[in-house]
Design a protein. Structure first.
Length: 350
């Protein structure tokens, strides 16, 4: 109630990106000390053995994670974990630091409880993030979402992904290969069958050289055709990739309630939030059925309530991630969803 009554109205008066960094600095200051982090965990965390899941060799305390994009540079992953997340995904990280696209590049659509962003993989580079990950507390599951620099042509993209993979491997628990952001020119072309297969095979080969292999997942766009999805399922099964994240943001605007003039004025970018929910769920159901549930799926796109979460799980998801819902609903949403999920799971199991 405090968030929706006081904090959210205050933040929503600010430019969305400015509000994001303001909230970051506030959380950093408030949770700077371990006793305060312990208090926050007590307020916002909910634990129940029925929520625990072991997937691709990792034991998740609950199925709700924070999606990539919120803590791109691993600046706040420990503090954010105090809000009850079962895991945190950092990134998207690129080999070299880059500014991203020109501002403004983040926009709210309150009527749709959605966002449009064209951030463009703005981040401080993989090396800077690693310095912060070296102090990661034990027991906190952190995933590394990796991409290519904007100036790197697609025929050299593999080198960027391999650099990030090799450097990050000692510091994250799993990897996500991001070839699906609509905000880096031509990036989505890497989702086509042959370039995608080459990229993922090269990462698998590098993974086998490591002392400890790390799970590798692929993050895909919600705008793929069924034929493209069939190719992706085939590739994942053939090269034994560990799983899929579905989905990234969409370039589709057909489901929006917001006035067309406002949407057109915003321009290009990826749409996330409630407007993406049905599109993401339908894709998850298709992939889950097509693959005969032969690999885990992490669902992201329009999750703000336990009902949304259950829809994703029933469609075939194994884990869940949130981003836009966290902005609209506030920090209490994670524990609320987990509590309701636990009740629903107990009801359906017994």
């Amino acid at each position: 109630m405090i968030y929706k009554g006081l904090v959210k109205p205050f933040l929503f008066q600010k430019d969305p990106e400015e509000a994001h960094y303001f909230a970051f600095s506030w959380i950093k200051r408030m949770l700077a000390f371990k006793p305060l982090r312990a208090i926050a965990k007590g307020m916002y965390s909910f634990q129940d053995p029925i929520l625990e899941k072991e997937i691709f060799g990792l034991k998740f305390p609950n199925p709700i994670g924070l999606a990539a994009g919120f803590d791109k540079d691993a600046m706040l992953y420990e503090e954010l974990s105090c809000f009850g997340f079962g895991f945190i995904e950092i990134g998207t990280l690129t080999p070299k630091a880059q500014e991203g696209n020109p501002k403004p590049r983040l926009f709210r659509l309150p009527e749709d409880e959605s966002l449009i962003n064209r951030m463009g993989f703005n981040n401080g580079g993989v090396d800077a993030a690693i310095e912060r990950l070296k102090n990661r507390p034990k027991g906190l599951i952190v995933g590394g979402n990796i991409g290519k620099n904007k100036v790197t042509p697609n025929d050299k993209a593999m080198e960027d992904y391999l650099i990030c993979f090799e450097k990050l491997s000692p510091y994250v628990d799993y990897f996500v290969v991001n070839v699906s952001s609509p905000n880096t020119p031509n990036l989505r072309e890497l989702q086509e069958k042959e370039p995608l297969k080459r990229l993922l095979m090269s990462l698998q080969e590098k993974n086998r050289e490591l002392e400890v292999n790390k799970p590798i997942l692929l993050k895909i766009a919600p705008d793929l055709t069924n034929g493209q999805l069939d190719d992706i399922v085939e590739i994942i099964q053939e090269i034994k990739l560990d799983g899929l994240i579905a989905t990234n943001t969409t370039i589709d605007r057909s489901m929006l309630k917001t006035k067309a003039s406002k949407v057109e004025a915003i321009g290009n970018g990826g749409l996330s939030g409630q407007a993406l929910k049905s599109k993401s769920t339908e894709l998850i159901k298709y992939v889950s059925e097509k693959s005969n549930k032969s690999f885990p799926i992490i669902a992201v796109g329009g999750i703000a309530t336990a009902k949304d979460a259950m829809e994703k799980l029933e469609a075939g998801a194994d884990l869940l991630q949130i981003y836009t819902g966290f902005i609209y609903e506030g920090p209490a949403m994670v524990s609320k969803i987990n509590k309701d999920l636990a009740k629903n799971l107990k009801r359906t199991r017994f």
